[in-house]
Design a binder for this molecule. Structure first.
Ligand SMILES: [Zn+2]
Length: 286
């Protein structure tokens, strides 16, 4: 006797391509180990065997970085319009709508206020799952507003970056965000408020060329791809093979581009220590 009946039509063999593990088991992108969802979650989405850092979204990042129940989201409902009526494989307006439905997010960054080990902070975390974490008007405006809140309330600003670059569907409106955010961050710096960037895989293009490289401290996750143009583009342009590990966190640490590489499980503690250290230095100056 069968205990349950399942018709064949209900069995789906197609697995959607996602950065975040969807089922109970997932394959490590580093060592190929098959890992169960539970230990992966407990390990903050890093491989228990090889420490490979899976790509995660703002929900997961805020979940382990901030003190429980402290996160208050800002500008949650802000959405992109389609000023250029841009059409590639589909109209941009439709792409936005579809992505909102698919991800449950309104754009590629979420911002808000919270606390880390009791220290009040302003945070922004990008979501690569939203059109490749591309930076358009909404990302620019939300980060600018978060920077203003950090300055006015004198709270440190923490930005967690992951992006494929500027959002080409918004053309120059996307590119001008770089100047806008950089100007706001300069005001933050003048006010003596700490700004810390956490660079995660991948951080590229216009994001690297603006707010992701303007921190007082740059922390990278292990083996993250960080650069302006991607390695393929550079290889094609200069016609030469690139050095081993080029544009990875470890290479950039060696060249002085990032200040430290921190495992996700030590991120919260490192941030709290770094902020306290900078604050103490500021107090001694004044
Ligand atoms: Zn692994």
């Amino acid at each position: 006797m069968a205990w349950f009946k399942r018709s064949k039509e209900n069995i789906s063999t197609s697995v959607p391509k996602k950065d975040m593990p969807d089922g109970m088991w997932t394959k490590c992108g580093g060592c190929g180990e098959i890992i169960h969802k539970k230990p992966l979650e407990q390990n903050l989405f890093t491989c228990p065997k090889c420490q490979y850092h899976f790509r995660i979204g703002s929900k997961e990042y805020f979940g382990f970085l901030l003190d429980k129940g402290t996160f208050k989201e800002m500008d949650k409902k802000m959405r992109s319009v389609d000023p250029l009526k841009f059409v590639d494989t589909k109209p941009y307006g439709k792409r936005i709508e579809d992505t909102i439905r698919k991800t449950g997010l309104n754009d590629a960054v979420r911002t808000g206020e919270g606390a880390i080990e009791g220290i009040p902070v302003v945070v922004a975390c990008m979501d690569f799952g939203f059109i490749g974490g591309s930076m358009g008007s909404v990302v620019g405006e939300k980060i600018s507003r978060a920077t203003d809140v950090a300055r006015k309330k004198r709270k440190p600003l923490i930005v967690i970056s992951s992006s494929g670059g500027a959002r080409m569907m918004e053309g120059a409106l996307s590119l001008m965000q770089m100047a806008k955010m950089s100007a706001r961050l300069a005001q933050l710096s003048d006010a003596g408020i700490p700004y810390i960037v956490i660079l995660t895989d991948p951080t590229t293009g216009g994001v690297t060329a603006s707010f992701a490289m303007l921190g007082d401290v740059h922390i990278a996750e292990p083996s993250a791809l960080i650069g302006f143009a991607g390695p393929r583009v550079i290889r094609q342009t200069i016609g030469k093979d690139l050095p081993e590990g080029f544009q990875r966190s470890e290479f950039l640490l060696e060249k002085g581009f990032v200040d430290m590489i921190v495992h996700r499980k030590d991120m919260r503690d490192t941030l709290a220590k770094t902020i306290r250290h900078i604050w103490d230095g500021e107090k001694q100056k004044s």
